[in-house]
Design a protein around this ligand. Structure first.
Ligand code: PMP
Length: 430
């Protein structure tokens, strides 16, 4: 096992983290590495170790760390003020960009995190439909709110549509308000939506669930049955928005929902997210458009924060440059194909799953199409592999390579080299 250097300074910081943070972490990335800075597709820890960065801040840094256009936009905004609570120029112009980009978006409501965005999207669906229940998919991740934490990662999956809470501290009643369906199973999902149509407010789905692409016809079937029943279709595009295509997964896969949540890329690396959707449903955020008891009060101190909005606008400007998405997909494709070749060459029982901007290696040869088929993945091998490549200067999340426009041929070559060595190590240790 190769070990990264651990300086005295970083060791002390880790010790402080262990004393003042639960589990010694912010609750996010668990390796304990303390990052000092990032630039382009790379980050450096406090000890000075350099990593090709596929964690990308869990996705926001699609165009790379410290992109010059984002730095300039933020530096121009900072001396003008950090936050106002009132409307501001940057936020209004970012909302205009979102409406231009995202097929389902007539109107935009800003919040500060993806978890809030999915929470308010579900609430808007309930306000519009005057019904309470939400259907989500087993294994679907929609942040940390009480409704999202149902059958996100159930240890003992129940019978559909029974929801299983993923966390203590969630009121028991919420469990009854969420129905669970199997991802990518058209027949089961359509039947459940039809059966429960009179109590369902909305269906929330990651069009690309974690790393699993939608089976042909799956999103189309959800669109059709929600139209037929009047149930609100919500795409959680916190990950896919502005990543798979400028118009998100709804453009990439060609199915337009009623509402979506956006986060990560839209804030350019700053805390900003939003709910976007049709005029009719979004009117519930507007006291002048709906009856008094249909109006959803929604306030957030930092909503539409001008520094975050400036960073988001600059990021979207870069993404609108001709060829940006072709380039992003080409970079991801190159790494995906390189890893596939190495898996094949070494006879590793593993496969690459996902789309070029976001994928990972799954240590299984079984078909991966929903949460339950993921149980065949050898998680111990996956985690050892991640540790081995991390020790060789490749940083990634537990189960994701996020690709950046800033990743270079050198980064890909370095990564493939690390993957080859890590696979050799894995095979040597059985
Ligand atoms: N939805 C999806 C699909 C996500 O991946 C995430 C975050 N990883 C969220 C919602 C929650 O976003 P945040 O972490 O900004 O609350």
């Amino acid at each position: 096992m190769v070990e990264a250097i651990l300086s005295e300074e970083e060791r002390k910081l880790r010790e402080t983290a262990g004393r003042v943070l639960p589990g010694g972490t912010f609750g996010n990335e668990g390796s304990g590495i303390v990052i000092r800075r990032g630039e382009g597709g790379r980050v450096w820890d406090v000890s000075g170790n350099e990593y090709v960065d596929y964690l990308l801040g869990s996705g926001p840094m699609l165009i790379g760390h410290c992109h010059s256009e984002v730095l300039t936009a933020v530096e121009e905004q900072i001396p003008k003020g950090s936050t106002f609570f009132a409307n501001n120029e940057q936020g209004i112009l970012l909302a205009d960009d979102v409406v231009d980009a995202i097929p389902c978006a007539d109107k935009v409501r800003f919040v500060s995190s993806g978890s809030e965005a999915t929470f308010y999207a579900m609430r808007a669906a309930r306000a519009f439909r005057k019904r309470d229940k939400i259907l989500k998919f087993e294994g679907g991740f929609h942040g940390m709110n009480d409704y999202a934490l149902m059958s996100m990662a159930p240890k003992r999956p129940g019978n559909f549509p029974q929801a299983m809470p993923d966390s203590p501290g969630i009121p028991q009643r919420v469990q009854q308000e969420v129905l669970i369906a199997p991802f990518n199973d058209v027949e089961a999902a359509v039947a459940l939506i039809r059966e429960h149509k009179d109590e369902l407010a909305g269906v929330i789905v990651e069009a690309f669930q974690r790393l699993i692409p939608p089976a042909p016809g799956f999103l189309e079937a959800l669109r059709e049955v929600t139209k037929e029943t009047g149930v609100v279709l919500i795409f959680d595009e916190v990950v896919t928005g502005f990543r798979f295509a400028y118009g998100g997964a709804q453009e990439y896969y060609g199915t337009v929902p009623d509402l979506c949540s956006l986060g990560k890329v839209v804030g350019g690396g700053y805390p900003l997210a939003c709910v976007a959707g049709s005029e009719e449903i979004m009117s519930h955020f507007d006291a002048t458009k709906v009856a008094e008891d249909e109006f959803m009060q929604q306030i957030g101190t930092l909503s539409g924060n001008p520094v975050a909005a400036a960073a988001g606008r600059a990021t979207l400007r870069v993404l609108r440059e001709p060829g940006a998405y072709d380039r992003l997909h080409a970079i991801g494709h190159k790494l995906m194909e390189g890893i596939k070749e190495l898996l094949q060459k070494t006879g590793t029982k593993a496969q690459v799953v996902g789309e070029p901007p976001l994928f990972d290696v799954f240590f299984t040869e079984g078909d991966v199409r929903d949460y339950r088929t993921l149980t065949s993945v050898d998680n111990a091998a996956q985690s050892k592999f991640n540790k081995e490549i991390c020790a060789r200067g490749v940083l990634k999340g537990g189960n994701k390579y996020y690709i950046s426009l800033a990743h270079t041929d050198d980064d890909i070559a370095h990564t493939l080299n690390a993957v080859e060595e890590a696979l050799a190590e894995l095979h040597a240790s059985g």
